[in-house]
Design a protein around this ligand. Sequence first.
Ligand SMILES: [Mg+2]
Length: 321
Amino acid sequence: MSNIFSGSAIVAWVGAILWTIGLVFNANATQEKHGKSVSEVLQVPSTIETESGKEVGFQQSNQPHEDLDAVLWIQTSAEYGAVARQTFRAARAAVGDALVDSKWTASTEQKKIFDSKTDRKLSELPPAVVLDVDETVLDNSRYQVGLIESGGEYSPEGWKAYVEKQVATPVPGAVEFVKACRTAGVTVIFVTNREHDVETATRENLIAHGLMEKDDPDLIFTKYEKEEWTSDKKSRREELARKYRILLLLGDDLNDFIATQYHSSSEVRRKVGDQYKDWFGERWFILPNPNYGGWEQSLYDWENAVSSSTKRKRKREKMVR
Ligand SMILES: [Mg+2]
């Protein structure tokens, strides 16, 4: 049993007090928007052939695009900002609870390690929160705009070119959350499926918006930075679980929270979501992403190489009638 005057307990209480102060005084952080046009963000071919045989810009064609409403919801609706801020505000309150409960962890991987016999106590580890980057703290909807205007599809090359421009803006509420964590002495760690070759661009983009500080150590864990760090984020959480007490996980995809035999069906994903329903809103906090993610790939069986029409056909079959 831990003594309330032990070193780790004092650290936890000091963290909790700083946390409360942060909640009172940290309400006015602001966000900055870049003023660049979509064409500056993403240079893509943007013509299509009309019925008359004449080529026009895709953006003038009024062709239907599956992502149009999703992108506009993120970029223009009051509702998106409200749900994002609501999530981060609830997460801030949860950090306060987690700091004073020395057995609290948000990582199933960490729970497994410390439930079995280990020489170290969970309470001895420094507290951390683990966040995904894309559509969790950075809004990349302008990349999606580029795809809509060009009629193109996601490609690793196009995505890399976009990331290197560092034009992503913060998700509403993210900056305030990160700053409150730092004020309370909680380490903020990013686990992202961006590739290691864009880590510097990612870091600069995060720093530009106050999501990281210039003198921060390497707290971005990218895909394949180590051989075993695959798209499935489990191996990265396992590594972090040995160094930090993971207070919360924040993301926009089930994979940001738990391994689900990574490429599983939508039915399996739903079951896992249901299984952990008590963790969401308590130690797991999820942001909406109606544009892309495991939810969408599972609809066409993770076969990214099939044609758009095959993807669309498989999606239509998944509708509940
Ligand atoms: Mg993401």
